[in-house]
Design a protein around this ligand. Sequence first.
Ligand code: PLP
Length: 413
Amino acid sequence: MLTYKNNDPYIEGTSLYDLVKVCQTPFYVYSQQKIIDQVNKTKEILGNNIFYSIKSNSNQAILKLMNSLNIGADVVSVGELKRALEAGFDPNKIIFEGVGKSDQDLLYAIHKNIRLINTESLEEIKLLDNLANEKNKIVDIGVRLNPDVDGETLSKISTGKKTDKFGIEFDNIDKIIKLVKSCKSLNLIGISCHIGSQISKNEAYRNTFSQMKMAADKFIESGINIKHVDLGGGFHVKYEDSDPDFNIKKVKEELDNCFTQTNYELSFEPGRYLIAEAGVTVTSILTIKNNGGINYLIVDAGMNTLIRPAMYGAHHEISAINVNSEEFMDYAIAGPICESSDVFLKNIKLAKQKIGNLLVIKNTGAYGKVMSSNYNSRPLPSEILVHNDNYAIIYSPEKIEKTIEADIIPSWL
Ligand SMILES: Cc1ncc(COP(=O)(O)O)c(C=O)c1O
């Protein structure tokens, strides 16, 4: 993402120093061109049935950009559904899934006539049938299946093993068929799965595809007209040198080997792969200290800004922008939050740093800002979209005074 011109750091044609002048750190910056290139590459290899999983980055500007690239949206809450509609996605290109949906959520999705509501339990199928019936509508649905495939990823981002809470067990396919046939107001047209995030092994894709092919055959043999088979997201992004080299062309090879001739369309719902590498987080050094022999750089981004390292033990490379010394030091980089887990990296070698210097945390375009919080009553981070030598602040957080105002003091206090 970062390039250097006369020693100044640039994102596309925009100097990072110009961004720091207009926006207080910590903030996220995204490269529009990188997003466009990645979406186009994914479409070229996997085809046009891509539904961007907006949970990974749901800023309205990003959604508008994604929509302009002619892909659909995968949403997991009514809030996300409203975001996708507001950004201009055609309802027919929106899939709504999620392991727990309320009556109101389902009614809203029914009302908006979206492409598919993906159900995740037998009970949810029954509930949806009742709600659709009350509204006198026939609703197209999918079922998310749990293929019991171990994606061999971090346990906290695994979603496709039998014991994970997601989807309906394959063993229950007969029950789904029987139930759906008894539902007057539902039309089962799709099956879907998602085995987790950061999936790199071909074998995991191969096993998932073959399970899904068998499931589709079974539904079709029973007389159910499956039109869509959604094979999930989860494509791997390289966060550090020791990560495996993932090549999406291998996924396509597995796909072609498994699904030779089909009467249904195949689709994917990636998030991270489309946007992670197009974003960075810019932070400033607040203070420097040595505790127990460790040189800490305490920065203004914390786990409230980017929670992945504290939550999953995720690794993000960090580079120094200001190199004012020839001397190199081992540092630990930590945030200002009052939690011991608020540490981004331990043991990183950087040129000797000074208070006020800038650091850049890399590959934070996905699951970054969307997971930020006001913890410790800190403001949310801003976001900037860069387009050549143009940029725009695309999210400006509310002042902490406004956040305080949202609390309500009861009359007896
Ligand atoms: C159902 C579903 N689809 C798609 C995704 C997107 O995954 P990724 O960002 O790894 O591509 C997720 C992420 O958790 C998910 O749960």
